[in-house]
Design a protein around this ligand. Structure first.
Ligand SMILES: *Cc1c(COP(=O)(O)O)cnc(C)c1O
Length: 228
């Protein structure tokens, strides 16, 4: 099979699964944005996805993404979802239409400084890890305080929450916990309704738990080389 047929078939399968999961959850597929995660994959794959109608792409690294952005048409929306480094954030703010992985006030402050007068849509990443596991994301108990401080900043538009399921416990449990965290959060921040959860291994579950943005790489593009 050539690459176009392969990607096209994978995309069709994913869209079918999204449709099924949405139907099961009594939700409309129109509420769910598919972000094709293209990290480590070449521009030629992104061009194939573009030709198939995809306009939302997710990247994790500033340097890699910066090189790709200029090669794709302007109507593409780029999502940054990787771990943030302060010294890359000015650049990330320049190409990313959405930043999903904000988990510290200092990052939001840098984005605010460089947003150029246009509100930059961001998500706050919430950690669903249980100690001693600890990856990116704000601790749920610190979420409201962080969101309060972020929402005071000019040049930032808080969209909602983002999370990655833990590696060592079921996604279902973690997403159910996040639903509770989110309903509490929405009482204070009712406009920040977006929920960026769901990857190749768990997007059907994520849709059940209210995902509005799902970030899918390997189910569409295949296995990534290990450098990611
Ligand atoms: C790589 C990555 C994805 C996509 O992962 P797949 O399992 O390939 O679908 C989604 N979200 C984040 C934060 C990622 O780093």
């Amino acid at each position: 099979m050539n690459r176009i047929d392969e990607i096209s078939a994978n995309l069709e399968k994913v869209n079918e699964q999204i449709k099924l999961a949405a139907e099961k959850a009594n939700r409309s597929t129109g509420e769910i944005t598919l972000i094709a995660v293209t990290k480590t994959f070449p521009v030629s794959d992104i061009e194939i996805l573009y030709s198939l109608g995809i306009r939302e792409f997710g990247e994790n690294r500033d340097q890699e993404a910066s090189g790709k952005v200029s090669l794709l048409p302007d109507d593409v929306k780029w999502h940054f979802q990787g771990q943030i480094q302060s010294n890359k954030l000015k650049s990330i703010t320049s190409w990313a239409s959405y930043i999903h992985s904000v988990d510290q006030l200092k990052y939001a402050q840098i984005i605010s400084q460089h947003s150029g007068g246009i509100e930059k849509p961001i998500f706050i990443q919430v950690s669903l890890d249980k100690p001693p596991q600890s990856r990116s994301g704000v601790n749920p108990s610190d979420l409201i305080e962080l969101a309060g401080a972020i929402s005071e900043l000019p040049g930032i538009s808080l969209q909602g929450l983002m999370a990655v399921a833990p590696v060592d416990s079921p996604a279902e449990e973690a997403f159910a916990e996040l639903v509770a965290i989110r309903s509490d959060f929405l009482r204070t921040f009712p406009a920040a309704k977006s929920l960026s959860i769901g990857m190749s291994g768990d997007y059907q579950i994520a849709i059940k738990y209210g995902a509005t943005h799902i970030r899918i790489g390997s189910s569409i593009l295949g296995i990534r080389s290990p450098i990611a």
